[in-house]
Design a protein around this ligand. Sequence first.
Ligand code: NAP
Ligand code: MN
Length: 259
Amino acid sequence: MKRYTIICRDQELSSLVAKNLHPKLQAIGMIHDLEQPELIITIGGDGTLLHAVHSFLDHLEDVAFIGLHTGTLGFFTDYTSEEIDEFVNDLQNEHRIVSTPLIHIECFNGGLRHDLYAMNEGRIENIIKTQTMDVYIDDEYLEKFRGNGLCVSAQIGSTAYNRSIDGAIIDSQIQALQLTEISGIHHKFFRSLKNPIILHPQTKISLRAESFEGAMLVYDHLNIDLHKTTRVDFTLGDKEVRFLRLRPVSYFSRLRNLF
Ligand code: NAP
Ligand code: MN
């Protein structure tokens, strides 16, 4: 993996780290290639790597990602910016590629279909009025939900937005789709499941409504308005992100670093 590019957070420290890194990479024979990189090095946070994945969505099979964090280790980042010498050294040793599936999100609007992808999660959220929607699992009706919305996350996104709405953290060895409520309504006359539900990775989750007027589909750091959409399907796996792993970083050390 000789051809690389660096994507850095718009921040002085990240640019400085990038400036120091270029000559060190070139000294070990790496070639800076903005057009056809094989390795995407991100400098910043998990958010920086997330943004980078979206900008390479059409070339994911040709590239691998590795992140340097300017804070503490993250979930997508394996080195801190203080460890660039170690990183450059490790680049010359053996490596592994670890893949993680993206969530494929299909929005149906009459006869039109819109395809989107997310690494962490896709959520339908209506902060203006109560959103009612029906939940189907593999086309079988599960329940009617009422509240602000529902979040569908992948294993890798289980520590992101999902965690702040009390979803479960899923170990990195388990691929799954998790459906978590966002401010669900539960009382004497109406209730939905309430608990997060973790589904096997081949499941299709379909969220359907007579109207999603006023609701947004927020997927990773991006969003679209759902007016005229009546159904949104979520599945895992027709695209995946490849991470370059140079040294073992345990999932639990990442978790310990987060809190
Ligand atoms: P952002 O500022 O780039 O990200 C928000 C925070 O989420 C940052 O602290 C980021 O870490 C962290 N993060 C991102 N992915 C993570 C993961 N898989 N596990 C643990 N932490 C993670 O904001 P943005 O540009 O809107 O990014 C979108 C992502 O942020 C979404 O996918 C969503 O999951 C997450 N988010 C979380 C909340 C919440 O928890 N209430 C609210 C909004 C968005 P770094 O500092 O390392 O970048
Ligand atoms: Mn961001």
